[in-house]
Design a protein. Structure first.
Length: 173
């Protein structure tokens, strides 16, 4: 091998390694974060800790902190009908089979592998919500008790998560 070829090959490999290093933060695996009393919803500024029902978070490429959502409906709406397309590094919801409905904390699971109950009588921060569960049996039990139908992540459609002004249905205001 000639010195020129050797130099060329080393340069190409070094360049590829540098390009890979520059992208590592964007493609690193996301780890769910818990929220505190001051964590607010990305969409409406509501404090997550003040409301019942499952919460969600999305990690986008180029961001170290997640976008938090006070309701799974909002998360699905943003994910399924984005205003701008951004690469998602991770998306998490709470396992409502393990955390109390009225004061959910922790128990984050990968949203793409979760089971969801759509159409139940239980409400979240914005009224009707989509309950999230790690186990199908927990989702089925919840559905039997509170109504609704069990879905997988890929079965939730944009028409199921329309943000039509949940505040219009809020009787407490």
């Amino acid at each position: 091998m000639t010195p020129f070829r050797r130099t060329l090959i080393v340069s190409i490999l070094a360049g590829a390694a540098l390009v890979g290093c520059g992208r590592s933060a964007d493609t690193a695996t996301a780890t769910p974060q818990d929220f505190d009393r001051s964590t607010s919803c990305t969409l409406d500024g509501m404090l997550l800790a003040d409301y019942p029902g499952p919460k969600a978070q999305i990690f986008y490429a180029g961001q170290n902190e997640p976008d938090f959502f006070c309701d799974t409906i909002e998360m699905f709406h943003v994910y399924l009908t984005p205003e701008e397309v951004r690469k998602v590094r991770g998306i998490f919801v709470q396992d409502m089979g393990k955390t109390p409905w009225d004061e959910p904390r922790g128990h984050w699971i990968d949203a793409r592998s979760a089971f969801y109950v759509y159409g139940s009588k239980r409400e979240g921060s914005m009224g009707p919500t989509i309950a999230s569960f790690a186990l199908q049996q927990d989702a089925t039990k919840f559905s039997a008790q509170y109504g609704g139908k069990v879905y997988r992540f890929g079965d939730i459609t944009p028409d199921m998560v329309v943000l039509d002004g949940g505040v219009l249905n809020d009787r407490k205001m």
